[in-house]
Design a protein around this ligand. Structure first.
Ligand code: GLU
Length: 301
């Protein structure tokens, strides 16, 4: 694979430490970069300041290092890069593809109630478009992307299609299934979708390898890339690790931080989730062995 231009990344949010589930995405993205003779970057996604845990960023980098996963350049912090997100939002505003939104969550819920629909069963409710044609005197709270305006102006198909290296052909009608999504939140914070798209492009990311829980965001990100005139990376989403209760391991449901006393055991568990055989010797040999078999491993089938 020599000669393939490859820049990959792992982009943890420092809302807690790495756990067995997040190590799967970290390991897969590292192995994929190594197997392609590419570069592997680490980006700390700390724009949601109220949810970040003090010191978790440094500890995550230590956890990764203990597992032999060290970035090829200095890690970056999204909180240092907000000027890039501001520039991107201005670009979209200038195109006329955004609008300010004055709706509170309660007001959005009320629209669903008035339509006789139960929002609890539609937790990722499609924004009903209330402010698309004006704020009706309400103060602006957030900025939304006018999805249909982008699709129309760029002559994009209504249903976006893309390929996921592990999950195969994918498609989503963003206007119908997601709606006009938020770029800058009512609390003034940058939305994940905008920040991730801007950073992936700015850092020249060619391959995104991340957990399957983020799969549903991909179409929104591809649409934003097109709206901003940015390239679309190649995507692969890694399998989720389920806890004993049958739910995916996550910080929200109390997943244990990785045990740094035994990084090989943690790596072996992550490797198993990726369909790789455990390695009994040491971290360095394990990473070497898995890199060697990665591109023909079950993870990519
Ligand atoms: N920061 C996100 C998370 O920790 C990952 C973003 C991404 O890989 O696109 O879930």
């Amino acid at each position: 694979m020599v000669g393939v231009r490859y820049i990959g990344r792992f982009a943890p949010s420092p809302t807690g430490l790495l756990h067995a589930g997040s190590l799967v995405a970290a390991l897969a993205s590292w192995l994929d970069a190594r197997a392609h003779n590419g570069q592997w970057l680490v980006r700390i996604e700390d724009i949601d300041a109220p949810r970040c845990v003090a010191g978790a960023d440094k500890q995550i980098l230590e956890q990764l290092a203990a597992c032999g996963l060290v970035a090829d350049s200095e890690p970056t912090w999204q909180s240092h890069r907000t000027y890039l997100y501001e520039t991107a939002l201005t670009q979209l505003i200038d195109k006329g593809w955004t609008y300010p939104c004055g709706c509170s969550r309660k007001e959005i819920e009320d629209v669903y109630v008035s339509l006789g629909q139960d929002l609890a069963r539609h937790s990722a409710a499609v924004y009903p478009g209330t402010c698309r044609d004006g704020l009706n005197g309400k103060p602006a709270r957030a900025w939304r992307l006018n999805v249909q305006a982008v699709i129309k102006a760029l002559h994009l198909p209504q249903t976006l299609e893309w390929h996921n290296r592990r999950m195969g052909h994918q498609q989503q009608d963003v206007a119908r299934e997601v709606g006009d999504f938020v770029l800058k939140r009512a609390d003034g914070l940058w939305a994940y979708q905008l920040a991730v798209v801007v950073d992936d492009a700015d850092q020249g990311i060619t391959h995104v390898v991340r957990g399957e829980d983020l799969h549903d965001n991909t179409a929104r990100q591809i649409l934003l890339q097109k709206a901003l005139g940015l390239p679309t990376p190649i995507y692969m989403h890694t399998p989720l690790v389920m806890g004993e209760n049958g739910e995916k391991l996550s910080k929200q449901n109390g997943a244990q931080a990785l045990d740094l006393q035994n990084p090989l055991a943690a790596l072996n568990l992550a490797a198993k989730a990726l369909g790789l055989n455990p390695c009994a010797t040491n971290v360095e040999d394990a990473l070497h062995e898995w890199t060697h078999v990665w591109l023909s491993s079950k993870s990519l089938l």
